[in-house]
Design a protein around this ligand. Sequence first.
Ligand code: HEC
Ligand code: HEC
Ligand code: HEC
Ligand code: HEC
Ligand code: HEC
Length: 296
Amino acid sequence: MRLFFAFIALAAVAVIPLRAGAAVNTIDELAEMYKIDAKCIECHEDIYDEWKDSWHGKSIIDSRVLRTWRTFILSGLDKSKGTRRDLKDICLPCHVPQIKDASDELVVKIADLVVTAVEDKDEAKRESAKKELSKLNINCIICHNMKATPDGKPVAGAIYGPKGPEKIDAAPHEEEKIKSIKSEFMATSEFCAGCHHGCPPDLPSSICPTKYTSYKEEFLPRGGKETCQECHMKGEVFKSHKFPGISEVDYAKEGIDLKLTVRPTTFVYHLENRMVPAVVVKVEVTNKTGHGIPYG
Ligand code: HEC
Ligand code: HEC
Ligand code: HEC
Ligand code: HEC
Ligand code: HEC
């Protein structure tokens, strides 16, 4: 399904001219532009540790993603009219949004590294490609700046959050000379939909169903109240940045209630004209998440 969205996205970008911007040529330069300052890690160590091991922290080097991209590159792009550069508009905008500042050459280099990381016979080469790619991911700066405003035009260098000050430069970061600003948008489900929806705006949800459409069209109308954040960022002291999903077994268990009612009975085995013991099983499954499951 996601590949399907991606092709639609490609069709959409074909008619919208891309904005020209400063383009960087190396992974190191790109990583540097969006780097997490050591100061942030010092004060927010717990959040940093949670984030680092989350899916957002490994949004390229997750082996499911790497292997799928390999297949998409070798069997999709290489065998069609597409080129490896097209990854910039197809998969990378959500998995590595900083790609908007990369040159076409760098995108091709990243695509080559993906293939090396999965296919190369030499383990050392696979590992070194993975290490390069691991410098790119969805980090604090991507969510708390690049994606933090609904118009997509954040103030450069500022840190956005739902509890930030109305006026730039005030608490909690004033002593560090880090600009902080309030973003109520970040506490809404629409913030997550920015990457977790991905359909062009005019496409009906019947053609492009996502977690976000099932959330809006089924969960909310039936009285569901929680935002994505309220379910996925629950934390005792602070908003958790682990973002658990279907692979975290304990969390996945919270998602469904399974009730089996088993009643003994007898069954007439008509071919042999005799009664055999049997059971009637009533299965009740309740989806307690805010959207359709499973997905992906
Ligand atoms: C609109 C944003 C968006 C685009 C474009 C996108 N992805 Fe994803 N991708 C996501 C999100 C969000 C998740 C995690 C949520 C989930 O699993 O439902 C994800 C998860 C994945 C996963 C892991 C989960 C799974 O189902 O195995 C793979 C693999 C993946 N993407 C591959 C790709 C490939 C290949 C492309 C390009 C053809 C691509 N993605 C384009 C947003 C996107
Ligand atoms: C001197 C310690 C310190 C440093 C350095 C620091 N922070 Fe903070 N930050 C805080 C405190 C204290 C708060 C308020 C309490 C909280 O929400 O954790 C805060 C709050 C935040 C918030 C939540 C804002 C909101 O509106 O909800 C974000 C996001 C954040 N910091 C990100 C960063 C980033 C990114 C950096 C690095 C550029 C950074 N911080 C550097 C101490 C620090
Ligand atoms: C996938 C997006 C995403 C990433 C990546 C991310 N954050 Fe957040 N963060 C959020 C959202 C959304 C909230 C606000 C949740 C709410 O209040 O509903 C938040 C809240 C916070 C808060 C306030 C916590 C509280 O209890 O109120 C701090 C501090 C913070 N983030 C720091 C960081 C730091 C540091 C990093 C990088 C290590 C980071 N975040 C990475 C989305 C993200
Ligand atoms: C910049 C794009 C982006 C934003 C913003 C974002 N995500 Fe994600 N999210 C992704 C991608 C891409 C993945 C898949 C990464 C992977 O599997 O390696 C993902 C993975 C996840 C997963 C794990 C999915 C699984 O396979 O189990 C959860 C849960 C999740 N995100 C929830 C959220 C929530 C809640 C928000 C809003 C607070 C949010 N995300 C904001 C892009 C984003
Ligand atoms: C009422 C709580 C709740 C709400 C609201 C909610 N989720 Fe979930 N979500 C869950 C639970 C629990 C799971 C794990 C169960 C499962 O995946 O089977 C989950 C799973 C996921 C997964 C991974 C599942 C998969 O199949 O790959 C993603 C991604 C996700 N949610 C994103 C979102 C986004 C984006 C929103 C907001 C539009 C959201 N969730 C709203 C509770 C919620």
